[in-house]
Design a protein around this ligand. Structure first.
Ligand SMILES: C[S@@+](CC[C@H](N)C(=O)[O-])C[C@H]1O[C@@H](n2cnc3c(N)ncnc32)[C@H](O)[C@@H]1O
Length: 171
C-alpha cells in the first residue's frame, strides 16, 4: 500500500504533545478544524468494529469532502505532483509497459491513472477497502479517458486474496 504523504521529511515527532502545542500557538486558525476532525475520528473509532472498518469509515467521510485530500494531498497540484513522483520513481526503477502491477490501496488513482496509461492494456490492478474512493477512482479514469486500458479495480474487505479472484498475482 502506498503511504506517501505530502508532508516534507522531518525529524520532528509530530505525535508529541509539546509539538502539537507549539504548532497550535503558531497556527491558531487550525485548532478548531483539528479538534473537529479528532472528535469525528474518535466517534468513528468507537462505532466501528476493527481497524479496517474504521479506516473505511474515515475514507468515506473524507472522500465526501474531497477525494484528493482523502488520499493525503492538500490540493489538486499536490495530488498531481505526488502521483507524478510515484510514477517517475517506478519507471526509473525498471517498470516497463509489459510489467503487471498490483496497487494495494489504489485510492482515487493519484498515481494509478499514470500507470494505467503507461502499462499495456489490462496490466494494472488496483484494490481498495473503500467503495467511495473507488467511485472517485472511476471519475479519475473517465477524466483521463482511460477506460479502454481496461484496468481492474476491486473492492476488498481486507487483504485476504479471496476477494481478488481474477487477480493474476495470486500464488
Ligand atoms: C494514503 S491513500 C493512498 C492511495 C494511493 N496509493 C495514492 O498514492 O494516491 C491509502 C489508501 O489505502 C486504502 N487502504 C487502507 N487499508 C487498506 C487495506 N487493508 N487494503 C486495501 N486498501 C487499503 C485506503 O482506503 C486509501 O485509499
Amino acid at each position: 500500500m502506498t503511504q506517501a504523504t505530502d508532508a516534507p521529511r522531518s525529524r520532528t515527532n509530530r505525535a508529541r504533545l509539546a509539538h502539537k502545542i507549539r504548532y497550535a500557538v503558531r497556527h491558531p486558525d487550525r485548532v478548531r478544524p483539528y479538534l473537529r476532525r479528532a472528535a469525528r475520528d474518535w466517534k468513528l473509532w468507537l462505532t466501528t468494529r476493527d481497524h479496517v472498518a474504521y479506516y473505511r469509515a474515515v475514507m468515506k467521510a473524507d472522500t465526501a469532502q474531497n477525494p484528493a485530500a482523502a488520499v493525503g494531498s492538500a490540493s489538486r497540484e499536490r495530488w498531481l505532483a505526488l502521483g507524478r513522483m510515484q510514477f517517475d520513481y517506478l519507471v526509473r526503477h525498471g517498470l516497463t509497459p509489459e510489467s503487471r502491477m498490483l496497487e494495494i490501496g489504489c485510492g482515487n488513482l493519484r498515481a494509478g491513472w499514470r500507470f494505467i496509461d503507461y502499462l499495456d492494456t489490462g496490466h494494472y490492478h488496483g484494490i481498495d477497502i473503500s467503495p467511495e474512493i473507488l467511485l472517485a477512482a472511476g471519475d479519475t479514469l473517465a477524466e483521463h479517458g482511460l477506460q479502454h486500458k481496461l484496468p481492474h479495480l476491486s473492492l476488498v474487505r481486507d487483504l485476504r486474496v479471496r476477494d481478488v479472484s481474477s487477480c493474476p498475482f495470486r500464488g
